[in-house]
Design a protein around this ligand. Sequence first.
Ligand code: LLP
Length: 416
Amino acid sequence: MSCLHYKQNELYIENVNLKKIAEEFGTPCYVYSHAAIRNNWQAFDQALHSFSHRICYAVKANSNIAILNILAKLGSGFDIVSVGELERVIAAGGNPQQIIFSGVGKRENEMERAAELDIFCFNVESEPELERLALIATKHNKILNIALRINPDVNPQTHSHITTGTKENKFGIAAEDVIPICQEIATMPQLKLIGLACHIGSQITELHPFLLAMDHLIRLYQKLKRMGFNIHHMNIGGGLGIIYDHEHPPSITDYATAIKEKFKHDSLEIIVEPGRSIIGNAGVLLTRVEYIKQTHHKNFAIVDAGMNDLLRPALYNAWQTILPIIQHQAETKCYDIVGPVCESADFLGINRELAIKAHDLLAIDTVGAYGFCMSSNYNSRCRAAEILIDDHHIHLIRRRETIADLIGLEKLKTDA
Ligand code: LLP
């Protein structure tokens, strides 16, 4: 459910009028609801409460340190994929013992820093990675916890760019390779196999693919148990879909109930790594209409946010609902909502029926996940500000970038 609501024809998040935010901080600007983040995280926690569980928020979905700090205070763990994300979690007050390090391409320095901080677990995705990690453990004289990320070859029925658990994908270890790799692990005293993991994709709107993936994990778990491995946890990954348009994803409760049902006979810790389902519906992007441009063929509303601010429509043809911040009596027409970037993929919405005019403010809904964190400086555009709303309080959690930020890292060539 969206965190937006109209009060007397004006759009609010919690008790703050978004018009006020746009006036004070300018546009484009990301705005998040503290209550929505908390409610989503607590929904996972409550739904899994009868089981030993750990919720490791997927930092990649939105890595602003103020947001990570909210989650750390709720008791969340974190799923990271780089040393940058690791340092963000630490800066946000996250507990290293609640960190899982995922990803197919962990560099040596990244593993070293994570080992130094004694993170909870490394999710290993290949044999060469295993060998690299073993060397690092030896060098640091530590025993490192690992889980193996399995590729169960399950189609999650989502966009191909965000499908990760089929044999076409680079992720995870094929089920048939797991046992030989575990035999190798048994000869590596510096690594301790404590879990099995999988993550089959993102924005998954049915339970069935999750059930199939869990069946794979259970089969492997039983084999490993018979071989004498002491597996402590099952990590189901993230991927639970949310509502952008007319999807009907399982609720967090339905999802958790299905997990509990699958693992009811085993005394394992259950780990989930939700990203989108925690932060997606908690964020919106505010933008202003610069021009209304009518061609012989189409109506364009050219706005001040572009594909550099919000990439999902251009990259995945993703639907994002677009709403006027102040509802008024203009004529409703069909518009393509486009940005100022010099690419025809620079759109935020196509064929939208809206009653708008130049200078109006719009809110692009449900962009809390994979919104700001995928933004760029393309066309030398400064990245947007980020604001967090908590009841009637307004917190600037990332200032808008300036031109000085844009060029500050660059240097003229010095003449010989
Ligand atoms: N765990 C792992 C290992 C992951 O790779 C991901 C996301 C998650 C957890 C969190 O998945 P979520 O609960 O957020 O679905 N940029 C794309 C989404 C990419 C997801 C990548 N992996 C988008 O905008 O749709």
